[in-house]
Design a protein around this ligand. Structure first.
Ligand code: PMV
Length: 322
């Protein structure tokens, strides 16, 4: 085992076909496959150092010590997989504009998976890292890879991991994150997805339609059909949010400004500009477009949102050691 700190960087991702429900809570196996785009603009840097004198893991997030049992649980899995026993000093920094609501567990666990295994002197493949990151947070399984990544749901630990999709589209994609003012997250993704699995009468229909959406969006990418690609992503996101509205108790992630953003995108489309929206477990709306249309879309969105609430990202890279 090495005794020096190892630092890794992983980027957040935005799901275009959503993961929203587990079939195995402990292993974090999803009900359906999902597909995402890793983003260059938002990332987490995490350093890990195993220290023989520690009697517990110590975790700093953005310079402040935090007690997080999820991190300890994850590190126990790392120790088991790397056959090591020392506790670690972990320092994590989120490079996400303050209050963007994009600070995601995806980049956090992807960076931690690489830093923690490399600091233990092990050289995990990207596939092994993807399986490991999944144990921290489902969406982290996809953040190991840059560009488009598909999470194969699998049936056990071994078969559930992400893989990159190297379709050659000529879209030069951009994603505009519209930062919507909000109170802290109303319902955690863990709790939200479990509630819909257990209570939404629409859940079986979701699995069926999300599976079809995944196949159809890959076909659209293969066909270089941006309109179809965007339509499927937008519809898939709305169906995920419809599950939340249909749960008992029902919940939602919309703020008034989220609806304004969605309407603005639909108005842009009605005016002939090709752009589509998606939303995760929070109120921010993410707009997917081609780079050539970026300026006109930003111009329009500026009518409703200040420019520091409009963050533009492009495709980001694989997880890496710094
Ligand atoms: O893996 P979690 O707990 O961060 O859940 C992610 C859920 C969504 O972001 C809403 C969808 C997804 O596939 O990323």
């Amino acid at each position: 085992m090495q005794n020096s700190a190892v630092t890794a960087r992983a980027h957040t991702n935005i799901a275009l076909i959503k993961y929203w429900g587990k079939k195995d809570q402990q292993l974090i196996l999803p009900m359906n496959g999902s597909l995402s785009l890793t983003l260059d603009k938002f990332y987490t840097d995490t350093s890990v150092e195993y220290l023989p004198n520690l009697n517990a893991d110590v975790f700093y997030l953005n310079g402040t010590e935090v007690a997080d049992p999820k991190i300890t649980r994850f590190m126990d899995i790392v120790r088991q997989k790397t056959r090591s026993s020392n506790y670690a000093l972990i320092k994590s920094t989120n490079h996400v504009p303050t209050a963007a609501g994009l600070a995601s567990s995806a980049s956090a666990y992807a960076a931690l998976a690489l830093a923690a295994t490399a600091a233990a002197g092990q050289n995990f493949s990207l596939t092994e890292l993807s399986r490991l990151a999944r144990r921290g947070s489902g969406s982290a399984t996809r953040s190991i890879f840059g560009g488009f990544a598909e999470w194969l749901p699998g049936t056990d630990d071994q078969s559930s991991y992400a893989q990159p999709l190297d379709f050659q589209t000529d879209w030069d994609l951009r994603m505009i994150a519209i930062v919507v003012d909000a109170l802290p997250k109303k319902v955690s993704s863990r709790h939200g997805m479990q509630t819909v699995v257990e209570t939404s009468p629409f859940y079986p229909a979701w699995i069926k339609s999300a599976t079809q959406d995944l196949a159809a969006i890959k076909q659209a990418m293969q066909n270089n059909d941006f309109q179809r690609f965007g339509e499927i992503a937008e519809s898939n996101a709305l169906r995920m949010h419809a599950l939340n509205l249909s749960a008992v108790p029902h919940f939602n992630y919309f703020e008034p400004q989220s609806l304004i953003a969605m309407q603005a995108v639909e108005n842009l489309r009605a005016a002939g500009i090709s752009c589509y929206y998606t939303m995760d477990a929070g109120p921010n709306v993410k707009v997917i477009c081609k780079n050539k249309d970026l300026d006109v879309i930003l111009d329009k969105l500026h009518h409703y949102f200040p420019s520091d609430h409009l963050l533009v990202a492009a495709a980001g890279p694989n997880v890496k050691l710094l």
